[in-house]
Structures are given as C-alpha cells and as structure tokens.
Design a protein around this ligand. Structure first.
Ligand code: ZN
Length: 150
C-alpha cells in the first residue's frame, strides 16, 4: 500500500488550499449540486455555456482536499472547451482514476489532471476526485440538477 502522503502532491495541496474559480456564478446557464456522502463532500457547480462552449465554471461548497483540488483543476481544464470535448475529457479522467491500481495509467491529454490519477490507489478517494466531474456533467445536462455518488 503506497503512503497516503504520495497522493497529496504539491499541486493537489495548492489547489485544495486555494481553489481556483471558487464562488458563485451569477449568470449561469446550468447549475448542479453534488454530494459524496461517504466522505462528506458537497459541491454546487455553475456553468456558463454559450454556443456549445463552456465559457465559465465556478463552484462552491466544502469537501476534502482531493474533491476541492479536483474541482479546481477541472474548472481550469474545461474553460473554453466545447461540451463534447469536456465530456471526452471526463471519460479519459474517469478511466484513469478508476484504472487498476497496478496498471500504468494512460494520462495522455489529461494535462494537470494527471496529478489526480494517484487516487486509483485509494478506492475511497476515487469518488472525491470524480464528484466534481459528475456534477459538471449534470450541470451541462440540465438547468438545475442534483447528483449523489453511490
Ligand atoms: Zn472527499
């Protein structure tokens, strides 16, 4: 079992302590709430989509360092992307964080998100990392939605 400290790399700690794009988005085209009852993470996510492009993303709520850092890194990664690109990125990210712990992760195209692929060693943390993405997808799908990880 790897040391938990290995998971809390500098980038994760930085984004966990000083999340980017934290706050409410007044003119959101979509909004969703996400909860991860196992850890207690709660997030409200706002998106502003214009002509199929994610113009802005903001989030508020409270959670562990992993969920906060994941939301922060996600918000930076998806701004300016088309919805289809965002969903494709979610697919790659999801595959990477749920990959078998002993496998080598394909982090191509993940950019900074690659720092989170270490969570696959810690099954309890996978939902923390993926919660912001499930919530984002819900916000893109409908004007007002709620998701709970199981
Ligand atoms: Zn968590």
């Amino acid at each position: 079992m790897p040391d938990l400290r290995e998971l809390y790399q500098d980038v994760i700690l930085d984004h966990g302590r000083q999340p980017r794009n934290f706050g409410r988005l007044e003119r959101a085209t979509g909004r969703a709430e996400g909860r991860n009852p196992i850890c207690g993470d709660e997030i409200t996510l706002y998106v502003d989509v214009q002509d199929g492009v994610v113009r802005d993303v903001r989030f508020e709520g409270h959670g562990c360092a992993i969920s906060t850092a994941s939301a922060s890194l996600m918000s930076e990664s998806v701004k300016g992307k088309r919805e289809a690109e965002v969903l494709a990125l979610f697919g790659r990210f999801h595959d990477a964080v749920t990959a078998d712990a002993s496998s080598t992760v394909d982090d191509e195209g993940l950019g900074k998100l690659a720092v989170l692929t270490g969570v696959r060693q810690f099954p309890m943390r996978v939902k923390c990392a993926s919660l912001p993405w499930h919530t984002l997808r819900a916000a893109l799908d409908g004007a007002d939605a709620a998701v709970t990880t199981e």
